[in-house]
Design a protein around this ligand. Structure first.
Ligand SMILES: Cc1cc2nc3c(=O)[nH]c(=O)nc-3n(C[C@H](O)[C@H](O)[C@H](O)COP(=O)(O)OP(=O)(O)OC[C@H]3O[C@@H](n4cnc5c(N)ncnc54)[C@H](O)[C@@H]3O)c2cc1C
Length: 642
């Protein structure tokens, strides 16, 4: 998709009149007096939390922000593959992929050996390794991601919309046994509505502080960001330009000899580019005080760094000085030895780091992707409150790892290139290697949660070596049996809070007398110990708590629809209609038709015996079990559901 050729306009680029592209702010209305969950902050962390909770239909949620309206420009723009996998669960990955810039290659530039005051390309590398994810690494304005979350919230059963112009003033956690133990006071920032009060009080069961690096929620629960006290300042601008720099449509990491360093990120629409200039690496006589910084100063710095190339800027769509230190909060929630948590922190309220590796938005949404369904399970009575302790345990370790990675990556990025005059500098080839080595990390797919009630110790891992317990379910292509459609198996994971149980069949003929999937289905449908029978409330859809799917290694035409048992063909909805989308086969179509990608081979599934793979609602593999380990299956769910 190409757009912005007549200048930058915020909002949905599919509208021909830019005036229509920006959605009007929601109608002003008073805050509810009591809610199950109050979310403070409409950044990516808060909006993802709200979007996830809105999918349950029976949880009351309010989300507030001190701003007047939704974000339109600026802030983060890098969307990791893992984050797009999550967008898929909400159903808006396709739109973001269509609109965004796809990062396929990165170029590295260093001082020219013969002309040290000019730059020369040192190499190009693939940005995303083969089969890292079925999703690309994208660049798109953070505001467009916000828009999609807002749409998910608005389209949900609870039609959730933010309350803007509300600033958190105070937060107190009272008697933990009260129904709504947290009391929050909000200041109404503009006082013109007939309903308006200067101060509004809201009582909540839980409060989620997604209010950014200067979090007032964090201060209210007595936590602070600790770590590197030194802030690094970055000049960042989104510009429409012409240039003779040949890699302008590639992500480019540029080290000049004397003029500083720069990161070029091509942007959505085909014309726009983001440039990051590290301000304290500019020559001393080129630096200006932060309050005197202008876009012109940044453009001049860009031109010096890029010599012998130059940029001719036609429009500055947005620019800012982004100042950030590497810090992590002293705790992710307010729990004490005597009391479970009532207030949680997420996103930049928990961790801050440089923008260089593009992790800000991605880590923030992954925090609330981890917390959202857990909180929903507790609030809807599916799980015990103790489940919530796994949030801090899982995300804190990752937050710390991010800070450690960022410190090393930043130091390498900021160092002068190694040369005779700078023997302690960084060899650009080494920087390039480091970039590639951590590709899995920056794509967001390397996280492996440790064993807990919801992550097993993986003693049966050899049955599915490519679906690592504790890591995200690594999708692969399959063919859906009912309609012969090639699909990604991981795309079964919608953001509805259900666990998925994948039954990978062994090599017996599908649904024959020896078929392990057939026997498992019998157990799930008939046995009193079946977790599906035990935990699905009366009147709820059979797949709403535990969604069972089967995968066969044979060609999809070898599976007979009439043989599919009830556990894989639930009757759903008010009309009791049969679901035909629970059975899949390895993609045995000819390679020339795009097939030949066998999920058994790609993910190391044991062909002879098959296996069960249990996947959490946030798409992380919780357990791998033998196909006939019904006791293991029941035991897993006894630990996480009630
Ligand atoms: C100005 C700016 C520029 C940035 N530039 C880049 C960049 O170039 N590259 C990059 O990778 N990352 C950048 N980031 C960081 C990136 O946007 C964040 O990592 C990401 O947005 C974190 O998401 P979050 O939801 O945790 O917090 P945020 O996106 O910071 O959202 C917090 C929200 O809470 C609201 N809020 C704060 N205090 C209160 C209060 N007391 N009451 C009510 N509401 C409150 C804020 O208005 C805000 O909307 C930038 C951030 C900012 C603020």
């Amino acid at each position: 998709m190409q757009f912005h050729q007549n200048g930058f306009h915020p909002g949905d680029p599919r509208y021909s009149d830019p005036q229509d592209a920006v959605v009007a702010p929601p109608i002003k209305r008073p805050m509810p007096k009591e809610v199950d969950v109050l979310i403070v902050g409409c950044g990516p962390a808060g909006l993802n939390m709200a979007a996830q909770l809105s999918q349950f239909g029976n949880i009351s949620v309010a989300i507030v922000d001190q701003k007047d309206d939704r974000l339109l420009v600026g802030q983060a723009d890098g969307i990791a593959c893992r984050t797009i996998e999550m967008f898929q669960a909400y159903g808006f990955a396709d739109q973001i992929i269509q609109e965004g810039y796809q990062v396929n290659e990165a170029a590295f530039w260093k001082p020219d050996a013969d002309k040290p005051f000019e730059i020369a390309r040192s190499g190009k590398v693939a940005d995303v390794a083969d089969d890292l994810s079925e999703m690309p690494h994208l660049i798109i304005n953070q505001a467009r991601v916000h828009d999609e979350f807002l749409k998910v919230m608005q389209q949900s059963a609870i039609k959730l919309e933010p309350h803007y112009q509300r600033k958190l003033l105070s937060l107190e956690v009272g008697d933990a046994s009260a129904e709504y133990p947290v009391t929050v006071q909000l200041e109404r920032m503009v006082n013109f509505s007939q309903y308006s009060q200067e101060i509004e009080t809201v009582k909540a069961k839980y409060v989620i502080g997604c209010d950014g690096a200067r979090s007032a929620v964090r201060s209210a629960i007595g936590k602070e960001l600790v770590g590197d006290p030194l802030n690094q300042a970055w000049g960042v601008m989104d510009i429409l330009l012409n240039t003779d720099f040949p890699d302008i449509r590639l992500k480019s990491l540029i080290h000049s000899n004397n003029e500083g360093n720069m990161l070029i990120i091509p942007r959505e629409g085909g014309y726009m580019v983001r440039m990051y200039v590290e301000l304290d690496k500019l020559k001393e006589n080129e630096r200006v005080a932060r309050d005197q910084m202008t876009a012109e100063v940044l453009i001049a710095a860009g031109n010096r760094i890029l010599a012998p190339y130059s940029i001719d800027v036609k429009q500055v769509a947005w620019w800012s000085v982004y100042e950030i230190g590497q810090r992590i909060t002293t705790a992710f929630d307010d729990s004490t030895d005597d009391r479970a948590a009532r207030v949680f922190l997420a996103g930049d309220a928990c961790h801050t780091h440089s923008p260089k590796a593009g992790q800000g938005l991605n880590t923030s949404v992954m925090d609330t992707w981890n917390l959202g369904w857990k909180l929903a399970h507790v609030l809807t009575g599916r799980a015990d409150e103790s489940l919530l302790t796994t949030y801090s345990a899982e995300r804190r370790e990752y937050g710390q790892a991010l800070i450690d990675f960022d410190r090393k990556f930043s130091a390498m990025f900021s160092a002068k290139p190694k040369s005779a005059e700078n023997p302690d500098g960084v060899d650009p080839a080494e920087f390039q290697r480091y970039f590639q080595l951590f590709g899995e990390y920056t794509a967001g797919v390397s996280i492996q949660y440790r064993p807990s009630i919801m992550v097993s110790d993986g003693i049966h891992q050899e049955l599915a070596t490519g679906l690592t317990v504790g890591k995200r379910f690594h999708s692969a292509p399959v063919v859906r049996q009912g309609d012969a459609k090639p699909v990604q198996l991981g795309h079964c994971h919608t953001a509805n809070g259900a666990y998925r149980v994948y039954a990978f069949a062994g090599n017996a003929a599908p649904f024959s007398a020896d078929c392990g999937v057939k026997a498992l289905c019998h157990f799930l449908a008939e046995d009193a110990a079946s977790p599906v029978k035990k935990y699905t409330p009366a009147g709820a859809e059979m797949d709403s708590i535990i969604d069972v799917r089967a995968v066969f290694q044979q060609h999809h035409q070898e599976v007979n629809t009439a043989d599919i048992p009830a556990a894989l063909a639930p009757l759903k909805g008010t009309l009791g209609l049969r679901d035909y989308e629970k059975v899949f086969c390895a993609d045995n179509r000819p390679v020339s038709s795009g097939g030949g990608k066998d999920i058994y081979e790609m993910r190391g599934i044991n062909r002879e015996h098959g296996c069960i793979v249990i996947v959490r609602p946030d798409q992380y593999v919780a357990e791998v079990l033998p196909l006939n380990d019904y006791a293991g299956l029941s035991q897993f769910f006894a630990g996480v559901l009630k």
